[in-house]
Design a protein around this ligand. Sequence first.
Ligand code: TYD
Length: 144
Amino acid sequence: MEGHSSIIKDKLMQKISLIDIPKVHDERGSLAVVEKDTIPFTVKRVYYLFDVPIDSYRGGHAHKEQESVIIALSGSFEVIVDDGVAQKRIMLNKPTQGLFISTNIWREIDNFSSGAVCLVLASSNYNEAEYIRDYNDFKNHVTG
Ligand code: TYD
């Protein structure tokens, strides 16, 4: 069964990836740069979560069309990604690391540290019609 479960996880891992964001560091501090080639899509929209209570839960949806990169600009939080078959919990705690999430992946975000800032780079404009906000609808959507 071990082999079977790793194949299931591999399928999920094909739809997400961790991106290293180049950093310039000197005695004055650090600077991270996101350029066109850093992100696997053209960024159409940027939004960020801040003033998030530490017991808060965000996300709880998938996108039919939008791809995203999530970055912990400050502090930390955990992202649960789910392709309808396998789940993975990923801690983000570095402003130089982005989590790329492809389409049709359910995501939830929890375990926010105090003062955490969650930056999201999105491939499309905000369009509620391409959200799936019900987990059963999501399961039906991805399993046909
Ligand atoms: P929501 O999707 O619930 O946030 P989360 O990413 O935590 O799941 O969005 C919260 C509210 O903000 C909701 O009413 C939709 C609105 N919103 C916009 O108006 N524009 C945006 O770009 C986003 C991401 C959300």
